[in-house]
Design a protein around this ligand. Structure first.
Ligand code: WT7
Length: 640
């Protein structure tokens, strides 16, 4: 990235100190960094003691065959026992695990005692279907409590689950079932989205391969479904099972789940996570990063369970800590654009964890919507999934958090399993847009092309220098690709694929995927920085930037901008605004005003499509978009 652009971004100098009461009672304090730096493995051993082990480990980390790590070797543990039974045994069976809210407004309150019975019944049901330890189970579900129950039942018996996001198509589901060789698929007739039942079972019917012996179907919407001999209703099978089930201990390295991430090239990678280390780090980070207090907090992570955020911060992390969570089935604008804020008010949510794309959408919808609700229960706000631009950070803090709440910008990946870089809400003086420091026990750095650590005030590539407990163990069935993808660029370093920089204090700013870096007249300019500059203009709601090939400059910056409240924007003024913020080199060649942006179902902007538009090509494959109609609106606005 150009030094001009860098120094300009570092001009962001707003700072937010932790609230005094939060700092005074914080779960994790400054000394944790020093303790972990002194003896990293002792620090993680201490965190593993948060859990109840059936058999103690003999070694914290076995790193004799890098990059294949083994954590807490020799130890045995049951994850479902840790997430459910032990809370009941400790007399907290009446505590609410989930306040579940269906999109149509139906609700269910599930205590830890309820959850224990349901998980045990489901585990017994899996046994009756012949699913045994080591088998793979695909889970293709809406956001309903049975989804968490199904995951925990698999974990309980030692079957490896592969959750496939309920918005994925037949092909995506089939590839994943095939790659994992799944014996069972757990699904539902459908779920509610945007005010209507949306079918899931027909997709499963077309996606099942010959490895699949049964399809277990939850009745959620009551819509008509085709039925074959291999199909079993959840209510027929699970409801009649005994509510006791012995939780057999599993080896610390037993495969817990596979979760597929799509790279830029090739078939999806089945990221494999295992047992003891994964639960240790999800449990610790949920406790530390959100300052979670099980007695008083009501926690809500708005992700879908189909993504890693849902695995680690709806199911495993929070339940291991005995949390009371909100789980919501539907979309934020159904039946109205204040639905989330209505839920925060209704359940008294204290900790909210969501994504920048959602925050920017709410900014676009207007400040008056959250202002209508009582959000005073909130005390910690989290962000994940992409860099949060300073304007969105400040809006989130002010408009949602009432100016009181720390915002924790959490960097991690499907591969890392848990949060790796983040502020601590009772310790860190937050900087809008910065993920700040690696958590205690995590070694991260920013390096140049030769793997040399860059000095403060410069940018480069984010790497992880030491193994961490919840790291991916391999790519399912493809050790070679695991080594190639993550460990081959520089020997001994995990390459995350993200650009980052250190500011003058040595704090970390994430700049997005390195393949999102543009090369303009020989200067590296990150798409994120230009987007951030655009969004800092009061009339801009959201922006996406791509590098379009240019005969003169190599690449030129093309910006797609959504005006706030559908208003008008003077494009020349906006170009000047970017130049003023980042230097003339970052001035976009063209700015196109659009009503919407093409996004995947997980909210990531599909830059490839924007690049097609910017370079005047036929628009390529748009089937991965959350809403294909968006392309029509964009084309119309641009007169294409
Ligand atoms: C990629 C991983 C981790 C759960 C959700 C996404 C980007 C994630 C941040 C953040 C800047 C972020 C990175 C990362 N990312 N969090 N706080 N700041 N970038 O999981 O789909 O595996 O994507 O998301 O580029 O590599 P994922």
């Amino acid at each position: 990235m150009s030094q001009d652009a860098l120094s300009n971004l570092l001009q962001e100098n707003r700072r937010f100190a932790p609230p005094a009461d939060l700092a005074a009672n914080a779960n994790t304090t400054e000394d944790a960094y020093a303790r972990a730096a002194e003896d990293r493995l002792a620090f993680w051993a201490e965190q593993a003691e948060r859990l109840t082990w059936a058999k103690p480990w003999t070694e914290v980390l076995d790193w004799t065959d890098p990059p294949f790590a083994k954590w807490f070797t020799g130890g045995e543990i049951n994850i479902a026992y840790n997430c459910v039974d032990r809370h009941v045994e400790a007399g907290r069976g009446d505590k609410v695990a989930f306040y579940w809210e269906g999109e149509p407004g139906d609700t269910r309150t599930i205590t830890y005692a309820d959850l224990q019975k349901e998980v045990c019944r489901a585990a017994n049901a899996l046994g009756e279907l012949g699913v045994v330890k080591g088998d793979r189970v695909a889970i293709y579900m809406p956001m309903i409590p049975e989804t968490a129950v199904a995951m925990l039942a698999c974990a309980r018996i030692g079957a490896t689950h592969s959750v496939v996001f309920g918005g994925f198509s037949v092909d995506a589901l089939r590839t994943r079932i095939e790659d994992a060789d799944a014996k069972l698929v757990i699904t539902a007739d459908g779920g509610y989205r945007r005010g209507a039942p949306s079918a899931l079972k027909p997709t499963v019917d077309q996606a099942v391969t010959k490895s699949v012996k049964n399809v277990l179907v939850v009745r959620r919407t009551g819509q008509d479904v085709e039925w074959t001999d291999r199909d079993v209703w959840w209510h027929d099978l699970v409801d009649r099972q005994p509510e006791e089930h012995r939780a057999e201990p599993h080896d610390s390295e037993h495969p817990l789940f596979i979760l597929y991430t799509s790279g830029t090239t090739g078939k999806p990678k089945g990221i494999l996570h295992t047992t003891g280390g994964y639960l240790t780090q999800t449990s610790f980070t949920h406790h530390a990063v959100f300052d979670h207090k099980p007695e008083t907090d009501v926690y809500w992570c708005t992700a879908d369970v189909g993504w890693v955020t849902g695995h680690s911060y709806i199911v495993y992390g929070p339940l291991s800590n005995g949390a009371t969570s909100v789980m919501y089935e539907g979309t934020p604008d159904t039946p109205h654009r204040g639905r989330w804020w209505e839920l925060v008010e209704k359940y008294g949510v204290t900790i909210l964890y969501t994504a920048p794309t959602a925050i920017r959408t709410f900014m676009k919808w207007g400040d008056d919507i959250p202002a209508r609700f009582d959000l005073s229960s909130l005390r910690v706000l989290g962000s994940v999934g992409e860099p949060i631009n300073p304007e969105a950070y400040v809006w989130y803090r002010e408009r949602i958090g009432g100016g009181r709440t720390p915002v924790v910008d959490t960097w991690w990946q499907t591969e890392t399993g848990s949060i790796m870089i983040s502020p601590l809400p009772g310790v860190t003086h937050g900087k809008p847009g910065a993920a700040m420091r690696p958590l205690p026990g995590i070694s991260a750095d920013v390096v140049d092309d030769e793997a040399k650590s860059v000095p403060d005030g410069s940018g480069g590539f984010l790497v992880l220098k030491e193994p961490w407990p919840s790291m991916l163990r391999t790519i399912w069935g493809d050790d070679e690709r695991f080594v190639q993808t993550y460990w081959s660029r520089w020997p001994g370093l995990y390459f995350a694929g993200d650009g980052a920089k250190k500011d003058d204090d040595g704090d970390l700013w994430l700049l997005g995927r390195v393949d999102d870096v543009m090369l303009v007249s020989g200067h590296n300019i990150s798409t994120t920085e230009v987007e951030s500059a655009l969004v800092s203009h009061p009339k801009v709601a959201e922006a996406a930037v791509v590098g379009a090939s240019d005969p003169v400059t190599g690449q030129a910056i093309a910006a797609f901008v959504i005006p706030r409240d559908g208003g008008e924007i003077d494009v020349e003024e906006l170009r000047a605004h970017v130049a003023q913020h980042l230097g003339p080199i970052a001035k976009p060649r063209q700015i196109l005003l659009v009503p919407e942006l093409p996004k995947t179902r997980s909210g990531k902007i599909v830059r490839r499509i924007l690049q097609d538009i910017a370079e005047g090509r036929q628009i390529g494959d748009a089937t991965t978009l959350a809403d294909p109609a968006v392309m029509e609106h964009i084309k119309q606005a641009l007169g294409l």
